[in-house]
Design a protein around this ligand. Structure first.
Ligand code: BTN
Length: 245
């Protein structure tokens, strides 16, 4: 993948800008990085706090040749790349299904993949936020979020961008290869304590599901077995860890 990086001081959202560029025909590998976002977005309509230089705000345009069934694995691939990026700076991260990366039980990174129709076919904009400094976190986030600086490591968003691009290039090439989906599932399994044996709760169509994780399906969906042995396959949403009673 040929990487081209465009840096902004301020932008509404790097994902929004990457989507605009993809619709104008931008090639795979275009990366948008901003020091600040005025409308940083998270999953499920949430916003993403994006104060100046407090984090890496990054989006990349992908034009995968993958069978559409496997598209959800792009998010898992990104989780693996973020995980290894954080290991490289000295942290011990965990990947919480499906798209959060945690350190010490607190969220340090989020991933938002958005599919977009463009004149040259479907593209995926992969947006990644990594908290570098927690200084300006609103108090409601302080208990549930952390940053690289709060974990005692000094780095900059620019340095993180370079490391992240290296791992994204590496794991994306694996995903796009023959047997790529199986290889990425295996890489994800090795890095996520949520893969199996974790007591979790999630909500599907307003119904709460509690159970123990039992691996992932071929497209990355999470398998949960409830207390009466029923298997639930979760395609999307958030899971939260439950403490054993
Ligand atoms: C989440 O955990 O809800 C996903 C958060 C994704 C945030 C990143 S920051 C860079 C990119 N641009 C956005 O507007 N969102 C993503």
């Amino acid at each position: 993948m040929n990487i081209t990086q465009i840096n902004y001081d301020v932008i509404d959202s790097t994902n929004a800008e990457a989507i605009r560029q993809a619709k104008l025909g931008a090639a795979e590998g275009l990366c948008i990085v901003a020091r600040r976002q005025t409308a940083g977005r998270g999953r499920q309509g949430r916003s993403w706090v994006s104060e100046k230089d407090s984090g890496l705000f990054f989006s990349i345009i992908l034009r995968p040749e993958l069978d559409p069934f496997f598209l959800p694995l792009i998010t898992l691939m990104a989780g693996v790349a973020v995980h290894d990026t954080l290991v490289e700076v000295g942290l011990k991260p965990d990947i919480k299904w499906v798209n959060d990366v945690h350190v010490g039980g607190k969220k340090i990174s989020g991933i938002l993949a958005e599919a977009v129709d463009t004149p040259t076919g479907m593209a995926v904009v992969l947006g990644i936020g990594i908290n570098v400094r927690t200084g300006q976190f609103p108090s409601e986030l302080a208990d549930i979020a952390t940053s690289i600086e709060a974990e005692g490591i000094g780095t900059t968003p620019q340095e993180m961008a370079a490391v992240l691009i290296k791992y994204l290039g590496y794991f994306y090439e694996i995903l796009d290869s023959r047997d790529g989906p199986a290889a990425i599932r295996e890489e994800w399994r090795k890095r996520s304590s949520y893969h199996s044996g974790k007591l979790v709760r999630t909500t599907v169509d307003r119904e709460a599901i509690e159970g123990t994780t039992d691996g992932i399906e071929t497209n990355g969906a999470l398998r949960i077995i409830d207390s009466v042995g029923v298997l639930h396959v979760i395609q999307a949403g958030d899971v939260e860890q439950l403490r054993a009673k």
